[in-house]
Design a protein around this ligand. Structure first.
Ligand SMILES: Nc1ncnc2c1ncn2[C@@H]1O[C@H](COP(=O)(O)OP(=O)(O)OP(=O)(O)O)[C@@H](O)[C@H]1O
Length: 258
């Protein structure tokens, strides 16, 4: 599917990020289509993770961070939003599962309560809904009070996904969400990602080109040029993989560079 016809859910306009004097990426303008899966690909150090963490303003936690350009969520400038509501609307899943050191149920209940959901029956309903959504309910329904760390790595990652979904985000940022998992868990998480197409806007950093090809509607390729990450090409998955416009894209997707 080419999602270019859909209005962007998020977009960046000439976004640049420096850590102190060192540029991480420069002048990235990218529109992320609503309800689509966009894969961010490119060699190590080209700024993919830094770009992702700008979108929910996590990058601000790095003291030397300096940003220029604009990031829009819908029509709103994310700098004008408070970070709590921004991060409710733009959730994140990290490379390594990072459940809270709490029980399985509290991992989901905690953010719900933080965001004002206080009624027991609503909490229980939303916990069950999201655990079903990530295919975990049957595996954990009899041990909701057990520690989240008693789950396998793949189950922990699905719990983290459920925790993010509980807040009903519009956009989900995923930083190599499968790369720390065994092949079977990785496939389960990948299947979940594709099952979310159309319901959420997903931006997924992946080093795995075969995975990008399998899951993405759109692909954006970053590269390091002149000492900083650059967006060198973006488009539908078919265009980027089958008819790349830039010679570096052709070399990268064919395994000759990067
Ligand atoms: N917190 C930080 N402080 C200083 N420099 C950083 C920081 N995080 C990243 N960088 C630098 O910014 C550049 C982009 O890094 P980033 O991790 O965003 O790239 P990446 O494409 O995600 O890499 P990888 O695929 O290896 O994860 C690199 O040169 C990196 O060393």
């Amino acid at each position: 599917m080419n999602s270019a016809s859909q209005p962007p859910s998020m977009q960046t306009e000439r976004l640049s990020l420096n850590y102190g004097k060192k540029p991480a990426f420069t002048d990235v303008s990218l529109a992320i289509a609503s309800g689509s899966i966009t894969a961010l690909i490119g060699p190590s150090g080209c700024g993919k993770t830094s770009f992702l963490t700008c979108l929910n303003r996590l990058a601000e936690l790095t003291p030397s961070y300096q940003i220029s350009g604009r990031i829009l969520l819908g029509e709103q400038d994310v700098q004008a939003l408070d970070t709590i509501s921004l991060r409710r609307r733009v959730g994140m899943l990290f490379q390594k599962p990072n459940p809270f050191p709490l029980s399985i149920i509290r991992n989901i209940e905690f953010p719900l309560r933080e965001h004002g959901v206080k009624k027991r029956d609503e909490i229980d309903r939303r916990v069950e809904d999201v655990l079903r959504d990530v295919g975990l309910w049957d595996e954990v329904k009899d041990r909701l009070s057990a520690s989240a760390f008693s789950l396998s790595g793949g189950q922990q990652q699905r719990l983290c996904l459920a925790r993010a979904l509980a807040l009903k985000p519009e956009v989900l940022l995923m930083d190599e969400p499968c790369s720390a998992l065994d092949p079977i868990s990785s496939e389960a998480v990948e299947d979940l990602i594709t099952s979310m197409r159309g319901r959420y806007t997903l931006l997924v950093v992946t080093h795995n080109l075969a995975q990008a090809k399998r899951i993405a509607d759109d692909v954006a390729l970053f590269w390091v040029a002149e000492g900083s990450g650059q967006l060198i090409e973006s488009g539908s998955v078919n265009q980027v993989f089958e008819a790349p416009q830039h010679p570096l894209t052709a070399a990268y997707v064919n395994g000759r560079r990067g």
